[in-house]
Write a protein that binds this ligand. Structure first.
Ligand code: SF4
Length: 762
């Protein structure tokens, strides 16, 4: 039986192949997988030529995650998923006018995300007018006059929204925010709103900066590393090398995650074979199979034990922090019964972890979406900060906080101004540098932008990269909101679902990829990006563009600005003739970028200032690191309910589906699966491969999603997991984190009804 569920992966039982999860990450299978993906998409010659340049000093930055490059690069300085990301971008430009003539939008919308992505690069600008069935080619100049006349016809600049995906370079992102603010709005939502916004909102009031405070070198000096709500084996694979090295230096690694992810079990660095070293390395000493949502209770319990054991860095607390005694008092009400219920863990295990932390000289805590995409995302991250303040594990070698960014330049985008809620000091410096007034009223983040579209308060959406429809929550509701728009524009490299959800007029602008040569009037240009460790470095495209009709992101933004506001004090067209001029302007407008062009040409680029890391200084309201007091969230659910979290497979990068093989978890051939605890399946009288419907619940609203295949998996009871973007349709738009407004993609209350199970109804 095959049934397409609004273009998502077909529910074809026979396509699903299940096997035991892998116990070792990377190794030869990663080399084979990288090779197969690359050969299929680039062919042998281009594969060798291209992969040799990834993450090399004179090469281009991997368009995958934001894990930093080591000072001394190896000849093959990329991971399996980095190779897939590069191969995916380096495909031929087959998606041209003949492709769009062959396939109507209606037909394309029935294709899976995997199929859409595998069609190749978009070759030329395309235009779709309401009522028409197929995209038509359009010239760049006609596209810009359509967009600029639409923008200039708006009743208010705030009826336009300018979205950014984290792949955009610093240069393009800076020009973009400059134009948008000069246009008169702060409507600059970005993918950060859906991922590490909770990290920024937690860290700024507590340590004075919304970024991590460690370097790659620190991993070699940490005696305890906590990996919390993160799956580096798939989402930041080169981090496994840092963990292996830390392990070999005697570090203890604790993996806190509902799922026993292969990446933290054992790791085999493929290049070790060259040294005839065939042994793999065990990484996590302890896997903590915590219940979804139990992290705050866990860290409050750990911190309470450390306080009661008086295992404190009192000097650090006295000299550098505020709020310690109030925090100690707030933990007095902790009860073990609640702690064990909320975490799903035994007291003994929690005490063991607390002991390890209490006796650690230096702790690094790494986290990702498993902490940020919760209603209490900000609060739980602040509990992790509290742990670090108790032991003074910040601002010294081997110790610190490490939110690991999943998008290659998402941190850089925010640093140069992609933010709907900039601080006044940031805006004032920008006004001085750009000699133009800037709006003060904060703009719309992603969730609020969708609400505004839904209420017809927005007419124009411009997406600089990304896949807005698939990356955002509540897919059906978001699609309906987007269809209210009079124009939506997508700057893209590959075909995706956002191109198929119609607003009155739609324009696709194909841009150069990170791997491709970007020639402007002054010659070939390099761009710059910022990784998770706050290092800004160069990336220079090396491949011939997939089509001669592609333009760089910076050029596209400059043309949009010049067409829409030809009389601006800044000559955008002149700036993109030589990106050094953009960087010189950034140096005038953004703190930390002084002498940008000189510093970024240094080997390995340069570190942006980071007071907690650099000088153990905290630029908070009181110039101290602040303990935070947060009440525990209610993680209780009804007897017939489950908590779902969305996850990535090993064969995808964000919403880009490279393949259907989640190799590490042993799930192949189909993505419309829900991972469930075998005991829960028994209780619901469900068997492996049974098909169920899932309904998510939030306040009084419910969203039903049909045809999910149940598979048994090692996950805590009453917790389930499913892949995004497919499961994003179940994430209620109104279910967001406090303070950060990040969608709670890791906390979705749902009920599950079997199509042939006899459970619930009875
Ligand atoms: S770890 Fe991240 S940045 Fe590095 S090669 Fe892999 S995907 Fe790319």
């Amino acid at each position: 039986m095959v049934d397409n569920t609004n273009g998502q992966t077909p529910v074809d039982h026979n396509s699903l192949r299940l096997s035991k999860p892998k116990s070792t990450a990377a190794g030869i299978p990663a080399v084979v997988s990288s090779g197969l993906h690359s050969m299929k998409k680039m062919g042998p010659i281009k594969t060798i030529k291209t992969l040799k340049m990834v993450n090399q000093k004179a090469g281009f930055d991997c368009p995958g995650c934001a894990w930093p490059d080591p000072e001394h690069r190896s000849a093959f300085e990329f991971c399996e998923n980095g190779a897939k990301a590069v191969a995916d971008e380096a495909m031929r430009a087959n998606v041209d006018r003949s492709f769009f003539a062959k396939y109507s939008v209606e037909e394309l919308s029935k294709k899976s995300d995997y199929w859409l992505n595998s069609q190749g690069r978009i070759a030329e600008p395309m235009y779709l007018k309401k009522g028409e069935t197929n995209y038509q080619p359009i010239s760049w100049s006609d596209a810009f006059s359509l967009m600029s006349s639409k923008l200039n016809s708006l009743d208010s600049p705030n009826r336009a929204v300018f979205y950014t995906s984290g792949r955009t370079s610093n240069e393009a992102a800076f020009l973009y925010q400059a134009f948008v603010r000069m246009f008169g709005t702060n409507n600059l939502p970005d993918c950060s709103n859906m991922c590490h916004e909770s990290s920024g909102k937690a860290l700024i009031p507590t340590i004075g900066i919304g970024k991590g405070t460690v370097t790659l070198e620190d991993f070699n000096h940490a005696d305890t590393i906590l990996v919390i709500g993160q799956n580096p084996g798939t989402n930041h694979p080169r981090m496994l090398t840092a963990l292996r090295d830390a392990k070999l230096n005697g570090s203890t690694i604790i993996h806190i995650n509902p799922l026993p992810e292969t990446g933290l079990v054992r790791f085999k660095h493929p290049q070790d074979y060259i040294k005839l070293n065939f042994k793999s390395t065990r990484l996590a000493d302890i896997h903590v199979p915590i219940r979804i949502g139990g992290d705050a209770a866990l860290f409050q319990a750990i911190n309470n034990i450390i306080i009661n054991k008086k295992k404190l860095n009192q000097h650090f607390i006295d000299e550098n922090t505020s709020g310690f005694s109030e925090y100690v008092k707030s933990l007095e009400s902790i009860e073990w019964q609640r702690t064990c219920r909320d975490t799903g863990l035994d007291r003994e295990l929690i005490e063991k972890i607390a002991d390890i932390c209490a006796n650690s000289k230096s702790i690094i805590s790494c986290w990702a979406m498993g902490l940020t995409q919760h209603k209490n995302g900000v609060a739980v991250i602040q509990e992790v900060v509290n742990l670090h303040l108790l032991g003074g594990h910040i601002g010294r070698t081997g110790a610190g906080l490490c939110p690991v960014r999943g998008h290659s330049n998402v941190q850089g985008n925010r640093t140069v101004g992609i933010w709907e809620a900039p601080s006044d000091s940031f805006t004032e410096k920008m006004e001085l540098g750009l000699k133009h007034t800037m709006p003060r009223k904060h703009g719309l983040d992603v969730v609020n932008a969708i609400r505004a579209m839904e209420n017809n308060q927005v007419d124009f959406l411009f997406c600089l990269g990304g896949n807005f429809i698939s990356a955002t929550p509540d897919t059906i509701r978001t699609s309906n909101a987007v269809s209210n728009l009079s124009m939506s524009v997508h700057v893209s490299t590959k075909l995706n679902r956002s191109h198929l959800v119609q607003s009155s007029e739609m324009i696709i602008l194909p841009c150069l990829g990170r791997t491709e040569i970007d020639v402007q009037a002054s010659g070939p240009q390099f761009v710059t990006v910022e990784n998770s460790m706050g290092i800004v470095h160069t990336s220079q495209g090396q491949l011939s563009p997939a089509s001669n009709k592609l333009k760089s992101e910076s050029w596209i933004v400059a043309e949009l600005a010049a067409n829409t506001m030809p009389d601006l004090p800044i000559d955008f067209r002149k700036l993109v003739q030589n990106y050094d001029d953009i960087r010189a302007l950034i140096a005038d407008c953004v703190s930390g970028f002084e002498n940008y062009n000189q510093k970024v040409r240094q080997d390995n680029g340069f570190y942006l200032p980071n007071p907690p890391r650099d000088d153990c200084k905290f630029e908070t309201h009181n110039q101290l690191a602040n303990f935070s007091i947060n009440s525990l969230p209610n993680v209780d659910i009804e007897d017939n309910q489950f908590v779902m979290m969305t996850i990535r497979s090993h064969d995808q990068y964000n919403t880009t589906i490279y393949g259907l093989d989640d190799r590490y978890r042993g799930i192949k051939g189909n993505r419309r699966v829900v991972l469930m605890n075998p005991d829960d399946m028994l209780e619901l009288k469900l068997k492996t491969r049974d098909v169920v419907d899932i309904t998510s619940h939030h306040n009084d609203s419910a969203i039903e999603s049909k045809h999910w295949i149940v598979i048994p998996y090692k996950i805590p009871k009453r917790n389930v997991a499913a892949y995004f973007p497919e499961a994003n349709e179940l994430v209620p738009l109104d279910s967001t984190a406090d303070i950060s407004n990040t969608p709670t993609s890791k906390w979705i209350i749902c009920t599950i009804s079997g199509q042939n199970s006899t459970s619930e109804e009875e």
